[in-house]
Design a protein around this ligand. Structure first.
Ligand code: HEC
Length: 185
């Protein structure tokens, strides 16, 4: 069988057209597959990050605030005398008597309800000065649970009181260091 020059050219075009289509198709498939793989990978990574991030939430101020509600409920029945004992951990740095000296940390007389970072003659860190507001029971609880989380950059080198009962007792004790203890929450 012999093809005329026109027929040969026709086949040639057809073949060329098919080739272009085939390459285009393959190209599309490959190009589409790539971002898909990437998306799946990113999603997996995101899933891993979320699982990893979950335990870190424990140190979160929001989580501390949640824990605070427990301490708030405990405060009314909290034992200030037990708190005074636990306060031994704080004594190296804090005096508690009215008009007492600042030590490594500021004097803590009448601290509950007092403006933060307002102890006379004490040089506070920018972290503590930046907090603003007064020492509410909630803030005191969050600070004592984890000083460095509540006031990132604080110079109070203390890991915190992990046990809510300890915090409730210490806060009850701090509250008692006043001529007019603040009303309980
Ligand atoms: C190693 C010394 C140290 C220990 C231990 C320590 N503190 Fe402090 N505390 C500091 C310092 C320093 C500051 C000032 C922090 C700043 O400026 O960042 C501070 C600040 C505070 C403040 C804020 C006072 C204000 O005027 O705003 C409170 C409340 C407080 N401490 C309570 C406690 C309690 C309660 C304990 C024990 C459970 C304790 N601290 C243990 C050193 C200490």
């Amino acid at each position: 069988m012999r093809f005329s020059i026109y027929e040969k050219t026709g086949f040639g075009f057809l073949a060329a057209a098919w080739l272009v289509w085939a390459v285009d198709f393959a190209g599309d498939t490959l190009v589409q597959a790539e971002p898909l793989k990437k998306a799946v990978f990113t999603a997996q990574k995101a899933a891993k990050t979320t699982t990893k991030a979950a335990p870190a939430a424990k140190a979160d101020p929001a989580a501390a605030a949640k824990a605070a509600s427990g301490v708030m409920a405990m405060l009314a029945a909290a034992d200030a005398a037990a708190g005074e004992k636990t306060f031994k951990k704080c004594k190296a740095c804090h005096s508690t008597d009215k008009g007492g000296k600042n030590l490594v940390g500021p004097n803590l007389w009448d601290i509950v309800g007092k403006a933060k970072a307002a102890g006379e003659g004490f040089k506070y860190s920018d972290a503590l000065k930046g907090l603003g507001g007064a020492w509410s029971y909630q803030d005191m609880d969050a600070f004592l649970a984890n000083p460095k989380t509540f006031a990132k950059g604080t110079k109070m080198s203390f890991n915190g009181l992990a046990k809510p009962t300890d915090r409730a007792a210490v806060i009850a004790y701090l509250r008692s260091l006043s001529d007019q203890p603040k009303p309980l929450p």
